[in-house]
Ligand binder design. Structure first.
Ligand SMILES: Cc1ncc(COP(=O)(O)O)c(C=O)c1O
Length: 375
């Protein structure tokens, strides 16, 4: 059996161990220290934003973002439907109601048209919408101009779920820095990793301070342990921030490789007319974290492709099952035309790692084309 080709494995730079060793040498392995300070500084400088808070997951960052905006019971939060459950779970942690909005056909991200309909209808019903969470799916930027214009018109803050899109740009701005708050994930499968981890970024000092306070057990700044609020233990470890420092040094290389993967798949698969890809909008650059395709055919065809890839020890994955169709979320409001359901039925995420070889992509693409032509 050939060596397994994973969907999106971690790719170390080699510098990570040096920073981890420094943490051990200084016996500074807790949730503060030089690696954290440097990682946060590096991240805010890379993203060109004043405040970055390193935390233990992207999910924690989203929870902190919602709490910093005072999201509570009775409030509503509008959220992309085509995403991982982690985007919406923190809405439920806050006892608020998620309202799901469908994807547009071009980027596969939150449709500004359906967003506007959702906002108007929820407001007409007397609902209090506390935030909008667009996701930059698989690293591809959403229509932020339109989303931000609705945000301004209706005075609703935006939290960008940029968990998958670190380094992707929208009109020369990093995704995550366009809304009021952005979050990243450094989970093991992301474009850069800290093994597990995340970050909250913002240009609002008060939001940063509230998020940091809540992430550190809501401890008051006095000599003894004084707490006036419920706190959370969401900080990143100084050891893991060392991995992040080493990874941040190579982020641009990782983006280049993943973009090349995408372009190669596209060049090899598009001529058949059977495969469609996420489009980039003008003046935007996706980090192409995952190369995903929509396969023109029935679901069996997609499943056959997955089985064939698996027989060669090649991992592929379904596109997210839309949240409005998930048992846990199906009772909440949804606005859209169900486009994401077809992406779930006919979509496929292909191996996208930054160490993937051209020949491997060629082999995978040939297998897809062969399976299609046999059907
Ligand atoms: C879109 C999206 N949002 C949120 C998360 C949550 O991040 P984490 O796994 O770091 O909690 C992830 C990834 O895992 C994600 O893909």
């Amino acid at each position: 059996m050939n060596k397994r080709i994973y969907l999106s494995p971690p790719h170390m730079s080699g510098a990570e161990e040096k920073y981890i060793k420094e943490a051990f040498d200084k016996n500074w392995i807790t949730t503060s220290g030089e690696n954290i300070e440097s990682f946060e500084k590096g991240l805010s400088s890379y993203c060109n934003i004043p405040f970055a808070l390193a935390v233990n997951s992207g999910t924690s960052a989203l929870h902190l973002a919602l709490m910093a905006l005072n999201v509570a019971e009775g409030d509503e939060v509008i959220c992309s439907t085509l995403t991982f459950s982690a985007t919406a779970n923190p809405i439920l942690y806050c006892k608020a109601t998620p309202v799901f909005v469908e994807s547009e056909k071009c980027t596969w991200n939150m449709s500004p048209e359906f967003l506007e309909i959702a906002i108007k209808e929820r407001l007409k019903k007397g609902k209090k919408i506390k935030a909008i969470i667009p996701v930059h799916l698989f690293g591809n930027p959403a229509q932020m101009d339109e989303i931000m214009s609705l945000s301004r018109n209706f005075q609703i803050p935006v939290i960008e779920d940029a968990a998958e899109s670190l380094g992707a740009t929208y009109s020369n701005k990093m995704t995550g820095t366009i809304g009021d708050i952005g979050i990243y994930s450094f989970n093991g499968n992301k474009i850069i990793t800290t093994s597990g981890g995340g970050a909250l970024i913002t240009s609002h000092q008060n939001i940063y301070h509230t998020a940091k306070y809540l992430a550190c057990q809501a401890r008051e700044n006095v000599k003894y342990y004084l707490h006036k609020d419920v706190g959370y233990n969401y900080r990143m470890s100084n050891v893991l921030a060392g991995i992040g420092r080493g990874q941040l040094e190579v982020i641009e290389d990782r983006i280049r490789s993943r973009r090349e993967n995408f372009e190669t798949y596209k060049k090899l698969l598009e001529p058949s007319g059977k495969f469609k890809f996420q489009s980039e909008i003008e003046n935007c650059s996706s980090n192409r974290w995952l190369s995903a395709v929509y396969i023109d055919g029935d679901t069996h065809l997609r499943d056959n492709i997955m089985t064939n890839l698996e027989s060669f020890n090649i991992e592929s994955r379904h596109v997210w099952k839309p949240l409005h169709t998930q048992p846990i979320f199906s009772k909440y409001p949804y606005y859209g035309d169900r486009f994401s359901e077809s992406l779930f039925l006919n979509g496929l995420c292909l191996p996208s790692g930054s160490e993937l070889k051209k020949e491997e992509i060629q082999f995978i693409a040939e297998m897809l084309v062969k399976t299609i032509s046999r059907s």
